[in-house]
Design a protein around this ligand. Structure first.
Ligand SMILES: *Cc1c(COP(=O)(O)O)cnc(C)c1O
Length: 484
């Protein structure tokens, strides 16, 4: 970065804003709250504004261009969601307020729970979990408690396909259970014969993602759920990305017992910058009593006929997983998104997400090797390598995409595809932007053969050039330090 950072612009005594002369008697500040030393930059208002605006312009965002980060669903987030989330009644509500005084917030939570039940077919929903991985932990703890509650104490294994998101095995370990990996077959599905050798009375359940992280629909999903139920286990669906399913297929109908949904992915909240997410969990009837509380519940009506809501904790609840009511602002955005789209609009999300992914795949598949040649769902995985350019890796292609001003796809995931490029265009991109992305990918493939050093050296015009990943991992410097 050539422009000075705000710390470097600091001049002792310089002020941003001068408050007006005091026209009330000064009050003493409580001494125990004051620090002797707090090194902050001393800068003018304009320097501060320029610093933050410059940083915001260095950042890439879906509001700037296409961001096809597979599995992350970086779709456009309609601005009306933000308007709703900033309504004073929602924004200013305090989590310790008496439920009587926040009936509007409870109305929204209740109707969001109901909408998620309708979309997925589940009997109960908790809105507590803070993100997808947190929803997984919630779901697996529910599965564990279900078995223990029946006196079935010897189950300690969760089956996880080798294409799974890394959070699935991590969740299993955090729940005190053991992972047994199930391989994929040559069509990219869970290998049924391998699965059969692992089902036994020690299985808590399976964690399955459908469509899986190859972007492929599990063709034998019903056989999988029957096999697991046959040994007394439960089926966990990783529903982080419901973009291919909303309005088309209800996961509960194929025998999934419990599933989390990433509101920030499918139901549209800006994410990826470390901001709050939300990972509600839906469960079938036999698991409802284990859900964490509080759950917004309709308890009656006023004399004037308005509904009355309260918060409720199920009988055998696994307990609380999050302070207060979950990430309420994300719930408001998701509810707004669902209501703005309506039934037909939600189905349109799935139809266009799948159509866009297949269109982009059709444009690049003759050049980028396709490990599993099938119709994809909301995303697809190709390989970032070429026979006529042996030194080129997926990483080189990803970095070169930055030079063209677009965001690279997810790379090196799923792990079962070497040099994976995992592309999820989402339903919000137009044919024009899909074509533009395809053209860039094809151009890079041509460069790989003609001028491979262009790819090896990329990115060439970004504020930060290619990082030394090994040093970054071994010696991470995560803080900017400056002496005033
Ligand atoms: C994103 C994702 C998760 C984890 O969700 P977070 O909100 O990032 O915790 C889990 N599984 C899959 C398939 C995902 O894409």
């Amino acid at each position: 970065m050539t422009e000075p950072l705000i710390y470097e612009l600091s001049v002792p005594g310089r002020e941003g804003v001068k408050p007006p002369q005091l026209d009330v008697p000064p009050a003493e500040l409580p001494a125990e709250l004051l620090r002797d030393d707090l090194p902050l930059p001393e800068v003018s208002e304009i320097d501060t504004v320029r610093h933050f605006v410059r940083l915001s312009q260095l950042n890439y965002a879906i509001d700037k261009g296409m961001y096809p980060l597979g599995s992350c669903t970086m779709k456009y987030n309609p601005k009306v969601n933000e308007v709703a989330a900033r309504m004073p009644g929602f924004l200013g509500a305090h989590p310790l307020q008496n439920p009587e005084t926040v009936q509007g917030a409870l109305y929204l939570m209740y109707h969001l729970q109901e909408a998620l039940k309708t979309i997925t077919g589940f009997a109960g929903v908790t809105l507590q979990p803070a993100a997808g991985a947190h929803g997984e932990l919630t779901g697996v703890l529910i599965m564990r408690k279900y078995h223990l509650d029946r006196g079935d104490t010897k189950r300690d294994i969760i089956l996880v396909p080798d294409s799974a998101h890394g959070t699935n095995p991590a969740t299993t370990s955090m729940s005190g259970l053991n992972v047994v990996e199930i391989p994929s077959d040559e069509r990219g599905n869970v290998d049924i014969e391998a699965l059969k050798t692992q089902v036994c009375d020690r299985v808590v359940g399976i964690m399955i993602t459908n469509p899986n992280t190859l972007g492929l629909f599990e063709e034998q999903i019903e056989e999988v759920t029957q096999l697991i139920h046959g040994c007394g286990g439960l089926v966990y669906g990783d529903g982080a990305n419901l973009n291919a399913l909303v309005g088309v297929m209800r996961p509960a109908d194929v025998g999934i017992d419990v599933m989390h949904f990433n509101l920030h992915k499918t139901f549209s909240t800006p994410h990826g910058g470390g901001g709050p997410g939300s990972g509600p969990v839906g469960v079938a009837e036999h698991l409802v009593e284990f859900l964490p509380g509080p759950i917004a519940t309709l308890v009656g009506a006023t004399d004037e006929g308005y509904p009355v809501f309260d918060l409720h904790k199920p009988e055998k609840s696994i307990g609380r997983l999050k302070a207060f009511w979950g990430h309420f602002g994300v719930l408001v955005r998701a509810y707004t998104y669902i209501r703005m789209l309506g039934d037909a609009g939600l189905r349109g999300v799935a139809e266009h997400a799948v159509l866009n992914a297949n269109y982009l795949l059709s444009r690049v598949r003759d050049v980028y090797p396709l490990p599993y040649d099938r119709i994809c769902k909301h995303e697809f995985v190709v390989e970032g390598k070429f026979e006529n350019a042996p030194g080129i890796r997926a990483l080189d292609i990803a970095k070169r995409l930055i030079d063209y001003g677009v965001h690279p796809p997810t790379n090196y995931f799923p792990l079962i595809v070497h040099e994976a490029l995992m592309i999820e265009p989402t339903e919000t991109e137009s044919k024009r932007s899909l074509d533009a992305y395809a053209e860039i990918l094809l151009k890079i493939a041509a460069e790989a053969q003609a001028e491979p050093e262009l790819l090896h050296g990329a990115p060439h015009n970004s504020p930060v050039r290619r990082l030394d990943e090994v040093t970054a991992a071994r010696n991470p410097v995560l803080r900017y330090e400056h002496e005033f």
